[in-house]
Design a protein around this ligand. Structure first.
Ligand code: 13P
Length: 281
């Protein structure tokens, strides 16, 4: 069932747990994530970066693939199809193509421009019952070849962005970064709590790979309702594929090669979900 983020994140916010956002990169990943989350009876957000959408053919191809898999695999858990770090144009395309949620990343704009553009996306998205995530501050690290320096979100800016735009969820930069951490992440929990209290919105933590479990639990208690994971799944999947290729010189069937990542990837999904408390009884 394709849904927007509102219902599932409001429940997560009210009951202090977080929903996983797993990035998808191809059909196999999408299938593994849906199967594992269905097995666990766990709502899931499928995140699609602009690079991943392009890689898979485009937003229409992704939307049709996800809807097709939901039907063919009899997926009954709530599934959100969400643009990750969308540009203005990217969000518009995804809205047209049938995504149920978008993130407009205006973090490189001035606060005024970020507010103005986010507001426009909110008006277009809400008219179609699509939810909107916005970013404030700079989430550091590298994703999809796009690198950025970490700059913590200012509490007043987060408040203004939330107040002026009508967004449904907010991703403030709070010390996490995309990709692999050099040393331990420095999450600013006080800032997280203040932003949660001032905005009253479900908060999103990007760069969820490599954050120690205790920090993730604390972040959930400080208002994080959506945890974004990509790198950990990439590493788990690549481990299986690497093992297969190095142990089996004669393999050339792409289904066997790609499929070798399934076991480790599903284990990584299960492990992360057990931390978030998001499984439905
Ligand atoms: P990681 O690649 O660090 O898990 O971050 C994913 C993410 O934040 C997607 O927006």
């Amino acid at each position: 069932m394709l849904v927007n983020t509102k219902q599932i994140l409001e429940d997560a916010k009210a009951h202090h747990y977080a929903i996983p956002h797993f990035n998808i990169n191809n059909l196999e990943w999408t299938k593994y994530i849906l199967e594992e989350c269905q097995e666990l009876n766990n709502p899931v957000i499928l995140g699609v970066s602009l690079g991943a959408a392009k890689y898979m053919g485009g937003f229409y191809a992704v939307a049709s693939m996800v809807k097709g898999l939901i039907k063919d695999l009899n997926i009954t858990i709530p599934v959100v199809l969400h643009v990750d770090h969308g540009t203005y144009e990217g969000c518009l395309e995804a809205i047209e193509a049938g995504f149920s949620s978008v993130m407009f990343d205006g973090s490189k704009l001035s606060l005024e421009e970020n507010i103005e553009k986010t507001k426009e996306i909110v008006a277009l998205a809400h008219a179609k019952n699509i939810t909107v995530e916005a970013e404030i501050g700079h989430i550091g690290g590298e994703e999809d070849g796009v690198a950025d320096e970490l700059a913590y979100a200012k509490v007043e800016d987060a408040f203004m962005l939330a107040k002026e735009t009508g967004i449904d969820l907010l991703a403030p930069a709070l010390g996490s970064v995309h990709g692999i951490y050099k040393g331990e992440p420095k999450l600013d929990f006080d800032r997280m709590l203040k932003i949660k209290e001032l905005t009253n919105l479900p908060l999103v933590l990007h760069g969820g790979s490599g954050i120690p479990d205790e920090m993730i639990k604390k972040a959930i208690s400080c208002g994080i309702c959506k945890l974004n994971i990509n790198t950990e799944l990439q590493m788990a999947w690549a481990k299986g594929v690497r093992e297969k290729i190095s142990n089996d010189n004669s393999v050339y069937d792409p289904r066997k090669i790609i499929g070798a990542g399934e076991k480790y990837m599903k284990e990584a999904i299960r492990e992360k979900i057990s931390l978030l408390n998001s499984t439905k009884a």
